[in-house]
Design a protein around this ligand. Structure first.
Ligand SMILES: *[C@@H]1O[C@H](CO)[C@@H](O)[C@H](O)[C@H]1NC(C)=O
Ligand SMILES: *[C@@H]1O[C@H](CO)[C@@H](O)[C@H](O)[C@H]1NC(C)=O
Ligand SMILES: *[C@@H]1O[C@H](CO)[C@@H](O)[C@H](O)[C@H]1NC(C)=O
Ligand SMILES: *[C@@H]1O[C@H](CO)[C@@H](O)[C@H](O)[C@H]1NC(C)=O
Ligand SMILES: *[C@@H]1O[C@H](CO)[C@@H](O)[C@H](O)[C@H]1NC(C)=O
Ligand SMILES: *[C@@H]1O[C@H](CO)[C@@H](O)[C@H](O)[C@H]1NC(C)=O
Ligand SMILES: *[C@@H]1O[C@H](CO)[C@@H](O)[C@H](O)[C@H]1NC(C)=O
Ligand SMILES: *[C@@H]1O[C@H](CO)[C@@H](O)[C@H](O)[C@H]1NC(C)=O
Ligand SMILES: *[C@@H]1O[C@H](CO)[C@@H](O)[C@H](O)[C@H]1NC(C)=O
Ligand SMILES: *[C@@H]1O[C@H](CO)[C@@H](O)[C@H](O)[C@H]1NC(C)=O
Length: 833
């Protein structure tokens, strides 16, 4: 538990570091900087390399030779060397196990007594050989080597072993520095064959190239982890196809899924090499921008690509494809979707590639997307190529078994396998539905009633929307009601920009009025977005199976002319968020707020339990809770929903989605998506409801930026009453607040297993409401009246909730409203005693 708290603490700290601009904020726990063979300490930038003579305890050697050169052409670290003629070693006590950079500085100069260019030696740790034999061709220039090694011992022993009796070993300077644990995750995507590589966390890595594309040389003093980033111009195969771009605004680390300045600093993300979009966008003018690197044939490499959309002026403009060694790595990468729909948000992807034997050139390319109506474009902001020790194929697992990976869109699974899977799945679904339609007169209560396969119901609805709408029941039995494009054009005043009521990752949402005066919300997908198409299918698939009074209902859809349009019931009062802050809307009372929370909890509970397979919403937030004219809450936006691995295979994007500030830290850390991730996000919503402030507000003082973190401090101290929205502060009964605070705290538990299920949350919120009512009613009324009152309440709940019960009882759900109300009445009674 303590370790978890520490982990949580580090996570929160990283969040803060992302939110607040702090340069060089990372302080390595282990930080050894050694100037070998030197008599005095050497300061480089802001760091001091200590003379190893004053650190003789670190050095084990039988020879004690040092040399220096008067050459001033190289940095002072290279001007002195320690020389070994026998196996020798440095040992470093390690305070924090985990990844460390081991950086080695070599310069084979000649002094009176030694000719270092004749040296031939190896360098190794207890676990791995870093350098097999010192390269003879590096005589006249300094050689810098950087390794990233997961050290699991309490001491690192770095050995220098001359390979033959007469040969030398030498070293000019050494760094052994802790690295943040999240810098290298355990998994990466493989490109050939497609799959997931697991086991990176124990892999020693050698940095062979680290590139700041389109930008200047970044020296260690300018990097958060004292790394060096080279410019990319000399690696470009044809400079005519690209141009460097730079951005002077702020890089939005806060909006990213966990990208920090330690992953790469601002200067990397704010410059890029962009594919030159030609004015004539004919098919012939399409080309790739390619960088080429010399690598070792047969070896495996971890390739990290850094992206940040600093070139677009609006979202969903930039789509491009990425290739590694001519293999497709990502098709039609949608940076808007990948980076939480905020421009200038950093994002990175990791790939493992094994070079073919005999192939010593590594090509990295970006090229135009294959989507229609998208300008040829593409960017790359940074690139790291790290050599792996192992073969790179040993731990590849097939995509079927893989989990969602932080920062990785498995967009590349657009290969034949995925296509086949989608096709099989669609055929299967159609067959299944057709069989069902042949089998049953009896409407399947689980299916989506008004628009289900049952023709009569649909037709009666068709007449409701009679004017100008077309019901094509024959072909689209599975997907509900189909609108013609013309009807929706008319309903939305030809997609009038002034009628836009919302914009999301999927596209814009318009207000619409059908001819029979029915008001609808029309969600028009961005036709360019490949991911959008998948989300469109997901949403229709899901919504046609779901029906609940606390979920926003789908009325129909339109897929004419490659359009992806969803038509929803119109929610008069807009989002919960708007009612809480940032607008002039009238204040909601505590009771109204609780009822909204209870309604949303019911909707989510149904999502989690109403189907054979739990549906995880993935983006629970106050902006996705909509209110109807009676302020009844309905959960919206299932575009991000997914039911689990089966569905996942047909949906190629498995990037971490969700909104910053609501994201379950466990999901974030372990990439395990469960219903409890929704419970966490819902806990954050509850706090928003109580405090009426944004979940992340960078303008506030540091300790207040993150709502969940800030409010939980108050809750733990029992001072939640101090941060209540001032407009309702005096109206909340202490018992009600106490129970509410406890519920929130449970939802926000660090580990999913410690969080309650949505059913429990719902139950607790009902209780919070009862406590508010109970206390107000019962303080001056005697207990006999109280008991008389309760059955009426129960009855009321029964009638209003009858629809819900009807649906819920399909799901083997033991928490029916009736039994819950009974429990409440008992609790209220005992509480009153
Ligand atoms: C180098 O710095 C360390 C720590 O500041 C100090 O203990 C040591 O005496 C210095 N060595 C020399 C040679 O100045
Ligand atoms: C450089 O080496 C010479 C002997 O080769 C020695 O006398 C001198 O002190 C050394 N200088 C430094 C700065 O180590
Ligand atoms: C690295 O690879 C070499 C052989 O290529 C092997 O002997 C060594 O054990 C490996 N080291 C690690 C840490 O896997
Ligand atoms: C270094 O030593 C090894 C083993 O003795 C030998 O195979 C290799 O060729 C030598 N390298 C050079 C550059 O002399
Ligand atoms: C190095 O020399 C020792 C004795 O001087 C000898 O036993 C050993 O075999 C030699 N090693 C090599 C690699 O030549
Ligand atoms: C280092 O390796 C151990 C297993 O030996 C692993 O548990 C740990 O997560 C790794 N650390 C990092 C930072 O990858
Ligand atoms: C690096 O830092 C120095 C000062 O610390 C600054 O003058 C310089 O502009 C920085 N360079 C880049 C590329 O950020
Ligand atoms: C690149 O452009 C320059 C002038 O714009 C032209 O002279 C040169 O031939 C071009 N190079 C290639 C490889 O097309
Ligand atoms: C870009 O490179 C990939 C891989 O080599 C290739 O399949 C694709 O056709 C190229 N695209 C263009 C427009 O040249
Ligand atoms: C790298 O790309 C260039 C240009 O597209 C191509 O000519 C070359 O064959 C490629 N090399 C490899 C090793 O894929």
């Amino acid at each position: 538990m303590f370790a978890r708290m520490v982990e949580m603490g580090i996570y929160v700290l990283m969040m803060f570091m992302a939110v607040l601009y702090v340069c060089n904020a990372f302080t390595p726990i282990d930080n050894y900087l050694i100037d070998c063979g030197s008599l005095s300490n050497t300061t480089v930038g802001q760091r001091t390399f200590m003379a190893d003579t004053s650190l003789s305890w670190t050095l084990t050697t039988s020879t004690n030779s040092m040399a220096n050169t008067s050459s001033n052409s190289v940095s002072s670290l290279y001007q002195k060397a320690r020389i070994f003629t026998n196996p020798s070693s440095y040992s470093f006590p390690i305070k924090q196990q985990g990844r460390h950079f081991i950086r080695l500085y070599f310069f084979a100069f000649s002094s009176q007594s030694f000719k270092l260019s004749t040296a031939n030696f190896s360098v190794s740790t207890q676990d791995s050989v870093l350098l097999h034999s010192f390269p003879a061709n590096s005589a006249s220039t300094p050689l810098f080597k950087e390794y990233s090694v997961n050290i699991t011992h309490s001491t690192l022993i770095l050995s220098f072993v001359p390979t033959a009796n007469k040969s030398l070993a030498f070293i000019n300077a050494i760094e052994v520095v802790s690295v943040p644990d999240n810098l290298i995750s355990d998994t990466a995507q493989t490109v050939n064959p497609l799959g997931n590589y697991q086991g990176l966390s124990v892999e020693p890595l050698e940095t062979v190239f680290r590139i700041n594309n389109g930008g200047p040389l970044v020296t260690p003093a300018n990097d958060t982890l004292w790394r060096t980033w080279q410019p990319d111009q000399s690696f470009l195969l044809d400079k005519n196809f690209s141009k460097p771009v730079s951005y002077s605004g702020n890089i939005n680390y806060a909006a990213s899924s966990g990208v920090t300045r330690e992953i790469a600093p601002d200067v990397v993300y704010s410059t890029a090499t962009e594919l030159v979009s030609t004015i004539s966008t004919t098919q012939n003018a399409r080309f790739n921008v390619t960088w080429q690197f010399d690598v070792d044939a047969g070896s495996s490499y971890l390739i990290r690509m850094h992206f940040c959309d600093i070139v677009s002026t609006t979202l969903n403009e930039l789509y491009f494809s990425v290739y590694i060694s001519s293999y497709s790595a990502v098709s039609n990468l949608d940076l808007s979707a990948a980076s939480a729909n905020v421009l200038a948000t950093p994002y990175y992807m990791d790939f493992v590639v094994k070079m073919d034997d005999g192939l010593s050139k590594l090509n990295i390319s970006i090229g135009p997307s294959s989507l229609d109506n998208v300008l040829p474009d593409g960017i790359l902001n940074g690139l790291e190529i790290m050599k792996m020790n192992s073969s790179g194929t040993a731990h590849v697992v097939s995509p079927q078994g893989s989990k969602a990976n932080v920062g990785v869109i498995v967009g590349a699974v657009l290969g034949a396998v995925a296509a086949l899977a989608i096709a099989v799945c669609i055929v299967f679904t159609l067959l299944k539905r057709r069989r069902r339609s042949r089998m049953g007169r009896k409407p399947n209560t689980k299916a989506w009633l008004p628009f289900s396969i049952n023709g009569t119901i649909s037709q009666s609805l068709g007449s409701r929307f009679s004017n100008g709408t077309t019901a094509t029941l024959g072909q689209n039995v599975s997907l509900g009601y189909q609108f013609s494009f013309a009807v929706l054009q008319e309903a939305t005043n030809n997609f009038d920009e002034a009628w836009v009521i919302g914009v999301g990752g999927f596209g814009k949402v318009y207000k619409g009025v059908l001819r029979d005066e029915t008001r609808v919300a029309v969600k028009r997908g961005n036709p360019k977005s490949q991911q959008g198409l998948n989300e469109f299918r997901t949403e229709i698939e899901l919504l046609s199976r779901l029906r609940h009074r606390h979920l926003v209902s789908l009325i129909g859809y339109c897929d004419e002319r490659n359009e992806m349009i969803l038509v929803y019931e119109y929610m008069e009062k807009g989002t919960l968020k708007n009612h809480l802050y940032g607008s002039d809307l009238p204040n909601l009372s505590w009771k109204q707020r609780l009822e909204i929370c209870i309604g949303s909890a019911r909707g989510l509970h149904y999502l989690h339990t109403g189907q054979a397979k739990a549906i995880i919403h993935r983006d629970v937030k106050s902006a996705n809770i909509l209110l109807d004219e009676n302020l009844m809450a309905k959960v919206a936006d299932f575009g991000l929903s997914k039911t689990g691995p089966e569905l996942d295979q047909t949906h190629v994007s498995t990037a971490v989605k969700g909104s910053f500030g609501y994201l379950d830290p466990e999901y974030f850390r372990r990439q395990q998506l469960t219903e409890k991730s929704d419970v966490y996000s819902f806990g954050v919503v509850l706090l928003e409801v109580l405090c009426a402030r944004p979940v992340i507000d960078p303008t506030l003082p540091r300790e207040m930026v993150n709502l969940a973190e800030w409010a939980m401090k108050f809750q733990r101290r029992g001072e939640l009453d101090q941060i209540i929205d001032p407009r309702i502060a005096g109206t909340i009964r202490p018992g009600s607040l106490r129970k509410f605070g406890e519920t929130v705290e449970k939802c926000l538990a660090d580990c999913g297993v410690d969080r309650p299920g949505m059913g429990d949350v719902l139950w607790n919120l009902e209780y919070v409401l009862q406590l508010q009512d109970a206390e107000s009613g019962f303080t001056d009324v005697d207990s006999i009246t109280r008991i008389d009152e309760l059955p009426t309440q129960v009855q009321n709940i029964n009638t209003t909730e009858s629809v819900t019960v009807g649906v819920l009882d399909q799901s083997a759900n033991d928490l029916s409203d009736v039994s819950m109300s009974r429990v409440f009445s008992q609790l209220v009674k005992s509480e009153g005693r």
